[in-house]
Design a protein around this ligand. Structure first.
Ligand SMILES: [Zn+2]
Length: 637
């Protein structure tokens, strides 16, 4: 449809506005005379139409475990016993926590590693007799064997329990006193919530191990063991009675149910930190990737949603403060050029002028849709040719919106922000009301986005970014990374009243490099800006600050980075492969390693106690260390 055709209820004032605007020599817009009753006006910008390119949703490309089937024996080996399992969730989780891993379906390959995780089950149905015998020998000769869903094959004996009893109603795993001995920092989390009736979270299927002769690190409410640990000679055997892949993927796909915010409920991070502890205990050459740029304790991402007319001007007060502290925040802007049930059109002449001032402060400008509709979840995908000004979503009330499409919301808002406001490509998106259509990940790809901040951390069960799957499903990847929201300002008590609670959360996240994504609506300044000030002051000494695109870009480059370790006598070499340029890549190395040199020698390296900060780097870098003689086993961590 020609964008200049006047249709339906839209009052269209192209001619007059264009004439006035051309004379004034500026991009212009005019809102029409206030129409009667249900009428809507639309902002008009002279000569601005587009985007002209078509958004094409890519076809689904099924992920293959073979993508991860490479790397040296210092990595965690995942022996995949069922390729149709939700292994992709486990792969995304291990990437997030920074454990180097290899996925193999060949047990001969797996048993060359010192730490082996058998996933998603151990049984005589999925493993040959020879494979079972070889796995049983792993802990005996000093290795670490982690079994997920140990259902037979004669290995119950190795792990040390009698039976595995299935259930679909277990709601939680509580850490025991024994867990405090094995992984004290993780055990402090207290429990992993598998389901929550009050939150509408369906539990996942689990196995409870009975009569454990091993230690029970975690128990279900029925008393059976969820996680067992048995030291065997110099080796270790752990059995998990739940599938970490399905548990994580359900959270990552925002399908776990429950969307509470503002309290810590990140079971995925607890599981990943436990796996990291087990890897560190079992692999003397364990080198892991930190989640925060340049060795920070946590990442803090200040974000603001501009979805109300007064927020446009108020945002400048936040940006002025942030700039004064040298911080870069993200402003998700609704390009609201249609007056409707929600509000007047504030993406107009005046709004654009204010937003240009906002962009000039250096803040990230991101999209917060066109319509901010509560019906976004039910919008059709659209054609991929939606364009301004003919794309005219109209919110009629809380339930109904006419003329909206997902692709229209994504591409038209991005186009207008790039054309009229930002001196940058718009790469980050947050939907109104945090509604996440099932196909949103691939639709974000189609529209040219890279980052999403749509889920709440407690819904996603994690305070770490993660890669989104196609159709929020189980089988395929997209290149989009999600940065879930840890703190928001509209549910529960006013933010200033809970600033101490938020600072406590920041402290918990500092234990493992979590990211604190903070959403503050600039609908008011006063108390909310004071909340931001107090939070920044409280965490400033330990936090890394950045925008969604700053952190997302860094995270994507880190996600592609690979780590291997080789040894020759007392020499240890860490091989870093970074396909994309990254600055501030942070490695945790075993205690007792002394850094001697890098190759190439020009690579900027900062060596602190047990931590190496690299960069900027791209390509292959080798880091040489000497193992201290007083600590030959490298186990002094
Ligand atoms: Zn909003």
């Amino acid at each position: 449809m020609n964008g200049r055709v006047l249709v339906g209820i839209i009052v269209w004032v192209v001619a007059a506005a264009a004439a006035v605007g051309l004379m004034a020599g500026r991009p212009l817009l005019r809102r029409g005379a206030r129409p009667p009753l249900a009428g809507a006006t639309q902002s008009v910008f002279n000569d601005v139409t587009g985007p002209e390119t078509r958004s094409v949703v890519p076809p689904e490309d099924r992920a293959s475990p073979a993508t991860y089937d490479h790397g040296g024996t210092s990595r965690l080996a995942i022996l995949l016993t069922d390729p149709n399992s939700p292994w992709l969730g486990l792969a995304h989780g291990l990437k997030a926590i920074g454990i180097p891993f290899r996925i193999t379906t060949d047990y001969h390959v797996a048993i060359r590693h010192r730490v082996i995780l058998v996933y998603p089950m151990i049984s005589g149905r999925v493993l040959s007799r020879d494979a079972l015998v070889a796995l049983a020998a792993v802990p005996v000769r000093g290795g670490t064997l982690i079994g997920v869903n140990v259902l037979g094959g004669g290995l119950n004996e190795v792990f040390g329990f009698r039976d595995a009893i299935p259930s679909r109603t277990r709601l939680e795993i509580r850490f025991t006193r024994d867990a405090a001995g094995v992984a004290p920092a993780v055990a402090q989390d207290g429990l992993i919530r598998l389901g929550d009736a009050a939150q509408g979270r369906e539990p996942i299927g689990t196995y409870g191990y009975t009569d454990p002769r091993a230690l029970a690190l975690g128990v279900y409410e029925d008393g059976s063991a969820a996680i067992t640990y048995r030291p065997i000679a110099q080796g270790h055997a752990y059995a998990f009675g739940f599938d970490p892949g399905i548990y994580m993927l359900r959270g990552y796909n925002s399908r776990a149910g429950g969307a509470n915010v503002n309290r810590y409920d990140a079971g995925t991070d607890t599981v990943l930190r436990l796996l990291r502890e087990i890897y560190l205990r079992g692999e003397p050459h364990a080198v892991t990737l930190g989640a925060v740029p340049s060795g920070g304790a946590l990442s803090v991402l200040l974000t603001h949603d501009i979805d109300y007319n007064k927020s446009v001007e108020n945002s400048l007060a936040y940006a002025a403060y942030e700039r004064s502290r040298g911080l870069r925040a993200t402003y998700f802007v609704q390009t609201k050029y249609v007056r409707d049930y929600n509000d007047r059109a504030f993406f107009d002449d005046r709004g654009v002028a204010l937003l240009k001032r906002l962009a000039a402060t250096g803040m990230e400008i991101a999209s917060h849709t066109v319509a901010h509709s509560r019906a976004f979840l039910t919008f059709p995908m659209g054609t991929g040719v939606e364009a301004f000004p003919s794309y005219r979503p109209f919110v009629k009330d809380r339930q109904r919106t006419d003329g909206g499409t997902v692709l229209g919301e994504l591409r038209v808002s991005k186009f207008l922000l790039e054309k009229l406001v930002a001196h940058q490509t718009v790469v980050s998106f947050r939907p109104g009301n945090l509604e996440i259509p099932v196909a949103l990940p691939q639709e974000l790809v189609a529209a040219g986005y890279r980052f999403s901040s749509a889920a709440t951390a407690n819904d996603a069960q994690t305070h770490l970014p993660f890669q989104l799957t196609y159709g929020r499903g189980f089988s395929s990847d997209t290149p989009i990374f999600e940065l879930p929201i840890s703190v928001e300002d509209e549910r529960g008590a006013l933010p200033l009243a809970r600033v101490d609670q938020v600072i406590d959360l920041a402290t918990r996240l500092s234990a493992y490099g979590g990211s604190l994504v903070v959403l503050i609506h600039p609908n008011v300044v006063g108390d909310k800006l004071e909340f931001e000030r107090r939070l920044v002051d409280a965490v400033r000494d330990r936090a890394w600050f950045g925008s969604i695109s700053d952190y997302g870009s860094w995270w994507a480059a880190r996600n592609a980075a690979e780590i291997d370790v080789t040894e020759a006598g007392a020499n240890r070499t860490v091989h870093v492969h970074a396909p994309g340029r990254i600055d501030g890549l942070t490695l945790t190395v075993p205690a007792g390693w002394r850094f001697s040199a890098s190759a190439p020698g020009t690579v900027p390296v900062k060596a602190a106690k047990g931590v190496m900060i690299l960069g900027p780097i791209v390509g292959d870098v080798a880091l040489h260390f000497q193992q201290s003689s007083h600590d030959p086993a490298g186990n002094s961590r």
